[in-house]
Design a protein. Sequence first.
Length: 632
Amino acid sequence: MRSVPILLVASFLATSCSGLRNLPPAERRAIVVSLDGGAERVIERMVATGAMPNLARLKARGAWMDYSVTNYPSKTAAGHAALWTGAFSDVNGVTCNKVFKLPLQAHSILDVEDGFDSHALLAEPIWVTAARAGKRVTVLQATHASPMSVYEPGGRFGGPFQGSLTLLDGFFGEKGKDGLFSGAGSWRPASGWTQAPPGREPMEMRLPLADRTWWALAYDDPADPVAGYDTVAVAPQKAAAPVVLKPGGWSPGLRVDTDKGPAYLQFHLFALDAKLEDWMLYHTPATRAVSNKREAAESWYGAETPFMPQGPGRLWAQGAFGPTLFQGGDGTAERRYRAVVGRMTALARKRLERLIARRDWDLGLYYLPFPDEALHHWYGAADDNSPAYDPALAPRVWDHLTAVCRQVDDVLAPLADHEDVVAAVAADHGMGGMKWSFHANHVLKQAGLLVLRKDGKVDLTRTKALYPATDGAFVVVNRRGRKGGIVAPADLPRVLDQVEAAFKAVKAHDGTPLVTATLRAATAEAALLGIGGPRAGDLYLDLKPGYYFDGKVEAKALFSPQDAGRAGHVFDPRRPDMHAFMMFAGPGVKRGVALGPARNADFAPTICKLLGIPAPAQATGRVLTEALAAEE
């Protein structure tokens, strides 16, 4: 999961005069900021309650779409690919967070690859379109930016762009995971520190991380009025100058040299007991941003503004921050989670402030992984439309979700006051609460359509259909023409009838049908939702709210419980809980108007129109002319 969304796109003129709203498109500049997981229902609530004042100010001077419909399935990689390319999955090739490998003749239905990878894109993204049109483009972060060879001479979307395209990606260079050191641990009297800060009774601890050993030094700072241990210093080796941390403090980005270049990690001291009986030190992953320009990675993602790829959701869910609300906690774990998110959003804001201040770009793009992660962990318990809704916990959960959205909104502060800014705000997908996992392949096994070998692996010689590892809300038929395929073209309708009948017979816990709708590929309705192309499934399924797919082939039951509070997205994008968010504001945009629904594929063509350049080469979406002001 890089799930890996709201895509907030802010396209704006970075000039100092607010009276230039009607500058011609050729003179405009634009920034694109993507906020992952900004479900329309959530964002509307946050704006209405005052939790996102910067976004509200952009809305007040812009055109606000009722909602946006993405392609089927409603997933991060597919939703962003539609936003970037102006085309749905049938054209851009990104059908889910994982996609079938091409060519199909050389790969089986078991062979999948990363749907966030630039190689997965079959359609030109907006940053290539703009660079080809002579615009100077800086991609601070975006899905499908790496590997960058795709955008170099000889690549699928390669230039030359005469140096006009700068690509950066922190996810591609991530090294390891974040983690915690806590408890009494193995403290011992300190020795051998050559640059230790002055302190009483120093104790040291070995910190294994980032494939090497770091050191922590705890001591009583004589300048600190707190009695006992009140300070921790961290260093990569005892001979190095340590970074000093007080409880609540963050380190700068600390350099870790790798064989591929410098990476950076950060430390945060959550707590320190005066007797050294309890403490908690968090560290980020060591991340190494990559770029198609050597100097750009260090410039944008160096020690001052290191890259943080995700929030600490994994640690929170494990109870590493203390008992969660769902485990009877008092909110401390959630506040610690938010402290890390706050650091991420503060660094993101600094980068946007810096970008706005520069004059060496015409189009900028920036992806943020929030509020998606927080919603995945908490929204199911907070949303009163969710079968997982917990009325006792919901008010407290909403408080934490609201705080995260405030942090996200703070990233937009540099843009909110600029009348010379065109802001287009959208999301990649919505979000719905989950109570149960549905093991789709168990249904296919029971129907004799999926057969496993003795080792538990899929037997392609006897398997006719599979819910694949793409997790795209679809079943794929193991047809001839694929490696290992056995279903003849003439038998495809019969196999699909069998698959459909098997799923329609499944009952939810309340005795009603679990599968609420089916949709076959190669139909007019499917085409409207972007279903098609070489990586599409054959039968798409929508489930009763509260249920989510699980593709494990070894599952021996239909259902298993989800963790409390969980929420997800993959379903029919026409469902209200899957609706995404979109808005535009600034030069060339109508002011203060509410408009009807849009599609994610309409986003890139509209931005290109505002910039006075052609739409992406394979775009099928339309320009949202109803959002645009008449040009003088």
